[in-house]
Design a protein around this ligand. Sequence first.
Ligand SMILES: CC(C)(COP(=O)(O)OP(=O)(O)OC[C@H]1O[C@@H](n2cnc3c(N)ncnc32)[C@H](O)[C@@H]1OP(=O)(O)O)[C@@H](O)C(=O)NCCC(=O)NCCS
Length: 168
Amino acid sequence: MSTIPIDVRAASEKDADQLAGVQARAWQGAYRGIIPGLALERFIGERDGRWWQRVLRRRMGTLVIDFDGTLAGYATCGPVRRRIVPADGEIYELYLDPDYQGVGLGARLFNAAAKHLATRRLKGTVAWVLDVNEPAVAFYRAMGGQPLAKSGEVFGGTRFEKTAYIWR
Ligand SMILES: CC(C)(COP(=O)(O)OP(=O)(O)OC[C@H]1O[C@@H](n2cnc3c(N)ncnc32)[C@H](O)[C@@H]1OP(=O)(O)O)[C@@H](O)C(=O)NCCC(=O)NCCS
């Protein structure tokens, strides 16, 4: 029997095109029927390979799950963006390709991102999630996140409530 290696590693510029593909599929899976279609397609279209190359050059914390050369998901993380929450670190995004969801890879990526933040001496982690994204809310709760703060965000003219989950 052969085994397929699964690696969580820092992303490099070579990953840009695959990251754009993973993101497009994950966003369509998570937000189709929730975020108005045109707005969703615009967001996805903006985040092409060149967009990812610029992100990766800035050396923000970007981790990928590498499934024997195929990217299954990614997380971006770094210093907290909105100081209204008592945490130094933030997971900005965490998305898995739909084909790879539900088998423990999200938990693995989450733990790697939390460790990445802790090794940079960022104490406490926060992640914002849209309330309508019920699978993601269930995931963050299963990972031990506590709801802490509310805010809102407008996509395509529709306002969505979002909640900050915290790990102290
Ligand atoms: C949300 C997401 C990251 C979870 O990753 P995953 O690999 O599917 O989740 P895992 O298999 O690692 O599950 C980890 C825990 O979360 C729970 N969980 C995950 N999805 C769940 C769901 N839809 N409903 C209930 N619990 C869920 C699991 O039961 C597990 O709990 P346990 O440890 O108590 O058994 C992934 O499904 C995804 O990328 N979804 C689409 C994009 C998205 O919404 N990202 C979050 C944006 S804020």
